[in-house]
Design a protein around this ligand. Structure first.
Ligand code: SAH
Length: 506
């Protein structure tokens, strides 16, 4: 049996990038993950595929499992000889009952490690643009639970000391008790004019900030039906937000954007959009799979020395071509003097990774642009290898043949639709949380339509801004009845992101 071990990991306040390097390492080696409501569930992707994922959620008082049950489960799983990752929102030792969990481990002689996390008070303040301390404003900060009912006589909070003793005060779990908290602070000497900020779902794309003063924040929160989870930041530093706000004023903040790329390629585009503040929903609409019948590609590979040109029009083409070479125990040397044309900077970069400097990278990435680039060269009598997707247009081979070349265009991969739409994407579409749907290839539109049905597609995307990377993709959108509002001039993800930003800044 393996040795029991528990990692008590702080997941950070919400933005998945705010978990520590150590926290991620520990998740990666876990057999069981026990995660709570406030830990961003996207972090579960770091758990290995075999790991058992158990929700131990607590939602504002309505405890899904009682703390005792959580402790028992954690202990039981560890005693089975498993590595347990106990993933908790923020920091495990800040209002997280991590102390009690450790006590249970000690009682059962289970070894453990505590991985600290960015606590909500720190994370939410940073993402709200509020420095908790500032040389010219305040020199101290206190973290206080707002959960305790402040009326009760046994209150363990010394309101007098708290009101006057700490410059900045951050309350956790204090939304419900906001009227009592503000009343208490004012009654014990804090000025009613003291600025206050409520930060809900801090560091996440859903972050909401409400500001006011001790005198009026309760009423404002009531009117806005402001809900937990939120931290309440009290102190003069709150004023700094006016000038230091940086996160929730990004151009795409609050915008839901659908990314429909192949599962293993969505990341880069999603990151570009997230950097602009967008809330990204990934909906892989393409599965890239090797050809069912690779004989055409194999025959071409067997006669590689006969070719003068190899054209690779996408990162997928590059990947699948080199995978097939590797299958035959060959590498880039097999291409000898064959020249290489890469379509688009991403394909060019992918080719360079194989140690090959592309001879031709057409400025225009459309098939027409590729043909135009070849028109500048003498193609008469040239033998060209063009490994392509099964559904690719035939323009390049046809036009190159007209220039006198012999083109061999074997199928190198298939673009298949995925098996199902991810439920969270469907839900977001139905709840109208998606403001813009992006399509980076005709197949992404077609596969999405195939996946949900054409009629339903129009219904789901009603009122949603459609962005297409280039004219061909845009034409496919229109064929399916979708009106395209965003079309970048350059067919790159960067240009697409910029055009989306411009559209939504208008
Ligand atoms: N251990 C956690 C705190 C758990 S107590 C930590 O260190 O952050 C739960 C309270 O944390 C919530 O009621 C809320 O006050 C606060 N909280 C957690 N995540 C938050 C977030 N993303 N934004 C604002 N407040 C948050």
């Amino acid at each position: 049996m393996n040795k029991p071990f528990v990692y008590l990991i702080g997941a950070g306040p919400g933005d998945p990038g705010l978990i520590t390097v150590r926290g991620r390492e520990c998740l990666e080696r876990s057999d069981v993950v026990l995660y709570d409501y406030l830990a961003n569930h996207r972090l579960l992707e770091y758990a290995p595929p075999h790991a058992e994922l158990i929700y131990s959620g607590k939602v504002g008082g309505a405890h899904n499992r009682e703390q005792g049950q959580i402790n028992d489960l954690m202990v039981a799983k560890a005693l089975e000889g498993k590595v347990v990752a106990r993933l908790k929102g923020g920091d495990p030792f800040v209002f997280g009952r991590g102390g009690e969990e450790c006590e249970a481990l000690v009682a059962n002689r289970i070894p453990f490690e505590v991985v600290p996390g960015v606590t909500a008070g720190i994370g939410a303040a940073a993402y709200a643009g509020i420095p908790l301390t500032h040389r010219e404003v305040t020199t101290s900060v206190a973290f206080v639970t707002g959960h305790e009912h402040p009326d009760k006589e046994s209150s363990e909070i010394d309101w007098e000391k708290l009101s006057l003793g700490s410059g900045t005060v951050v309350f956790y779990m204090g939304v419900r008790n906001l009227p009592q908290i503000t009343t208490n602070l004012m009654a014990h000497g804090r000025s009613p004019e003291t600025p206050v900020a409520l930060v809900r779902w801090g560091t996440r794309p859903e972050q909401e900030v409400l500001t006011g003063t001790l005198a009026d924040i309760s009423e404002k929160a009531r009117k806005a039906s402001f809900k937990p989870p939120a931290v309440t930041i009290v102190g003069e530093v709150v004023r700094l937000r006016q000038t230091l706000r940086w996160f929730d004023n990004r151009p795409l903040f609050g915008k839901g954007i659908l990314v429909t790329r192949a599962a293993d390629q969505a990341g880069e585009f999603s990151d570009l959009l997230r950097a602009q503040g967008a809330s990204v929903f990934e909906c892989p609409t393409i599965r890239i799979v090797p050809p069912e019948d690779p004989s055409g590609l194999d025959a071409a590979i067997a006669s590689l020395p006969d070719f003068q040109w190899l054209i690779l029009t996408s990162v997928n083409a590059v990947r699948q071509f080199f995978l097939r070479l590797a299958h035959h125990r060959l590498d880039s040397r097999a291409m000898g003097r064959c020249r290489v044309c890469a379509v688009g900077p991403k394909s060019a970069a992918a080719i360079r990774e194989h140690g090959i400097i592309p001879d031709l990278v057409p400025v225009d990435y459309k098939a027409e642009g590729v043909v135009a680039a070849f028109r500048e060269l003498d193609m008469a009598g040239m033998k060209v290898l063009f490994p392509k997707a099964d559904k690719a247009r035939d323009l390049i081979p046809l036009e190159l043949a007209k220039l006198g070349a012999t083109v061999v265009a074997p199928v190198a991969y298939h673009n298949l639709p995925p098996v199902a739409l991810p439920p969270e994407v469907l839900e977001a579409l139905e709840r109208r949380q998606i403001h813009c749907a992006t399509f980076t290839a005709s197949s992404t539109v077609r596969n999405l339509a195939e996946l949900v049905g054409e009629n339903r597609l129009l219904h789901l995307l009603e009122g949603v801004t459609i962005a297409a990377i280039g004219p061909i993709t845009a034409a496919t959108c229109r064929e399916l009845g979708l009106e395209v509002q965003i079309e970048p001039e350059k067919y790159t993800l960067e240009a697409m992101t910029e055009t989306i930003v411009q559209h939504f800044s208008r």
